[in-house]
Design a protein around this ligand. Structure first.
Ligand code: BYC
Length: 472
């Protein structure tokens, strides 16, 4: 059960006074950050119907109530320990997992935890203006649910930093609140988390694709030999699932509405004249957020990834599905740029672990796009959305200095410059989206013209439930 102390937790925080004091010292800084950088305009006078965890078992973590956002019960929740858990991969395979951080891996683990932690507040910062442009009260509530849980994920990482990394960890926890998404002097660590999220198409694509990187990274960290990291990330995954639901169903509802509008226009693709979002624009946002999120998996060939795996710090998603957990002799076949051509090379598998995780990620994204395309099928339409090739628009890794079409065909730098507006959102596309989102929809049960209502409400409540209440 989760205690209802000042910092709700299931880690027996009150029995470790030093840690409790340190975290209680960080807490007001966090709240200040949340007020400054969290949802703008919804801090003081609004009550939001959100899910909060009262325990970590399935019946307890889906408890719903109205709360004022700054009073959300952010806390420290670890999944239950697995009895006699053993290291599942790498050079220490089969040994008991660690309850403390081994000195020799301290820097690497700190780096992984800081990188993970940094993404959480970053996403809240990126999304802080969206409430002013929301398509419905239902969506507004979902946005805030995602935001408070990202805040809680930051708590999860800060708990690990404070508990296991001493002074360095406390300094890192402060830095997590000091860096700012998009800030030129103190940006967030990973590139996608410095991109603006200014409209709801960005938001739904982000929760579909970037939160799905969250899923793949959390799955691989949940395999970690450091048991507190594994237990923390295992619980985070339960919350992450809802974020991807918000993204996938958000885009599905936009597609649904686009199909309806296309019928109204006599199957013309020009739904903008009816205030809808046309399919080419949806495709451009897929191209953008999918490629940005591919970058989040790091370099194709990475000594960092090899040593994370060898040392048992970060495994593969669903490690138990693999047969070889040592991976000393195996190779990964990769198309590596060699001049203008690609050359198939055999890369030691451990060095290709980022690519292995990226494979898992691409498969998970593809399944989502197949589900979206079923909407067109249901409407009897031949249009289809697709993921771009993984070489397209890359900013990290061996394809980042080369240019490719979404199909994967190589093109010259000048052709890329000439044609990128066909494939990625242009400023005109962004202006159009802002124009149809300029007036937020706050009336319960009403939806902006460009998006269909959801099939059902939250927690069996009706779709027209007052998910966000304004205090008198
Ligand atoms: N942007 O050897 P490499 C989530 C850097 S999302 C900028 O490939 P590695 C969430 C890299 O840091 C999940 N820099 O690196 C979603 C390194 O720098 P140094 C977040 C990048 O370590 C939505 C250099 O390039 N969690 O939870 O194998 C909402 C060499 O790279 C990028 C994690 O990422 C980039 N995209 O792989 C809220 C898990 N990529 O050493 C939350 C923890 C690489 O030269 N992180 N670099 O200064 C990791 O596992 C790894 O750090 C990475 C990169 C997968 C990110």
């Amino acid at each position: 059960m989760i205690s209802s102390e000042k910092i709700p937790n299931n880690v027996g925080l009150s029995s470790n006074k030093r840690l409790q004091r340190a975290l209680e010292h960080w807490q007001p800084q966090y709240i200040q950050w949340w007020k400054d950088m969290g949802p703008q305009g919804f801090q003081d006078y609004h009550q939001v119907y959100v899910r909060t965890a009262v325990s970590v078992d399935p019946s307890g973590w889906a408890h719903f109530e109205y709360v004022k956002l700054p009073e959300y019960r952010w806390g420290i929740f670890l999944a239950d320990p697995v009895q006699d858990r053993r290291i599942g991969f790498g050079d220490f395979f089969g040994q008991p997992v660690w309850q403390e951080v081994p000195g020799e891996f301290r820097n690497q683990l700190r780096r992984l935890i800081v990188t993970q932690g940094d993404t959480e507040p970053a996403s809240v910062e990126q999304q802080r203006w969206l409430g002013q442009r929301c398509p419905s009260m239902y969506d507004l509530r979902n946005l805030f649910q995602v935001n408070v849980e990202e805040g809680r994920h930051l708590w999860a990482m800060v708990y690990l930093l404070h508990s296991y990394f001493g002074r360095d960890g406390r300094d890192e926890a402060e830095e997590l609140l000091a860096r700012q998404s998009g800030n030129r002097d103190k940006p967030r660590i990973l590139d996608a988390f410095n991109e603006p999220i200014e409209n709801w198409l960005d938001f739904f694509m982000f929760t579909m694709f970037t939160d799905r990187d969250g899923k793949s990274q959390l799955l691989s960290l949940s395999e970690s030999s450091l048991d507190p990291l594994s237990r923390t990330t295992r619980f985070m995954l339960t919350e992450e699932a809802h974020h991807m639901f918000v993204g996938e169903t958000g885009i599905a509802r936009i597609i649904e509405r686009t199909c309806q509008l296309m019928k109204e226009t006599g199957f013309s693709e020009d739904v903008r004249r009816l205030g809808g979002i046309d399919i080419p624009t949806i495709q451009k946002f897929i191209n953008l957020w999918f490629s940005l999120s591919l970058d989040l998996h790091g370099n194709e060939i990475s000594t960092n990834a090899a040593s994370y795996f060898g040392n048992g710090l970060k495994g593969r998603a669903q490690e138990e599905k693999f047969t070889d957990h040592h991976v000393g002799e195996a190779y990964y076949e990769l198309d590596v740029p060699n001049g203008p051509a690609l050359e198939r090379q055999h890369i030691p598998m451990r060095s290709a672990m980022n690519e292995v995780l990226r494979d898992w990620y691409v498969g998970d994204c593809e399944a989502g796009v197949v589900r979206w395309n079923k909407i067109f099928e249901r409407h009897g339409m031949s249009q289809r959305l697709r993921l771009p090739d993984r070489k397209f628009n890359r900013g990290i890794g061996m394809f980042s200095s080369l240019q490719f079409e979404p199909s994967g065909a190589p093109i010259s730098a000048s052709e890329w410059e000439r044609r990128r507006g066909e494939w990625l959102p242009s400023s005109a596309d962004r202006e159009y989206l802002l124009s149809i989102m300029a007036t937020p929809v706050y009336e319960p049960g009403k939806f902006a013209n460009y998006i269909a209502p959801p099939l059902r409400g939250v927690n069996r409540m009706p779709v027209n439930f007052e998910y966000v209440r304004t205090e008198a």
